[in-house]
Design a protein around this ligand. Structure first.
Ligand code: FES
Length: 162
């Protein structure tokens, strides 16, 4: 190699440069595609979990003999309360004269689980004393908003939540 060759190197083969770029792009795409299934759980971690539609009945209609009857249960790791209410309303499930609603059992103050109120109607929170009506509206704070409503449906004698 002469001194002139070192100062003026041979021009790059443009086809070779294009091939290297193509290989890098394809390799990157393959790497991303391969990692996508592993990254999916990480991406979902920050998203609120939606309750999966129930495939098994949460209760049967027989569990609600009168207005005010409630059933507390766990579904997909979340506390749920189903209550028989006086009349049909938005979000309620109806079968004849029986109307049911489903609520999250999480108090909207700081998230403690509510219980059936000692008064016999509605719910109370053991943590700081919030009280809610049978339909989840706030009677006493510190909770400032109603219990969260959940989807509910009746199929035959079975009640499904979610
Ligand atoms: S968490 Fe229910 S009143 Fe505070």
């Amino acid at each position: 190699m002469t001194q002139t060759d070192q100062l003026n190197p041979a021009p790059l083969d443009q086809n070779a440069a294009a091939r290297r770029t193509t290989v890098k792009l394809v390799g990157g795409a393959v790497l991303l595609t391969g990692c996508a299934p592993m990254m999916q759980p990480m991406m979902k971690a920050d998203m609120p979990a939606a309750a999966p539609p129930a495939s098994t009945a949460a209760a049967t209609l027989a569990a609600f003999p009168a207005v005010g009857s409630t059933v507390f249960l766990q579904q997909a790791g979340k506390g749920v309360v189903i209550a028989r209410i006086e009349a049909a309303q938005a979000g309620a499930a109806t079968s004849g004269d029986l109307h049911l609603i489903a609520l999250s059992d999480r108090c909207t103050h700081l998230g403690c689980g509510v219980q059936a109120a000692a008064s016999g109607s509605g719910y109370s929170c053991p943590c700081h004393g919030s009280a809610f009506t049978l339909t989840g509206d706030v009677v006493n704070g510190p909770a400032a908003r109603p219990l969260d409503r959940l989807a509910i449906r009746i199929e035959g004698q079975n009640v499904f939540v979610g």
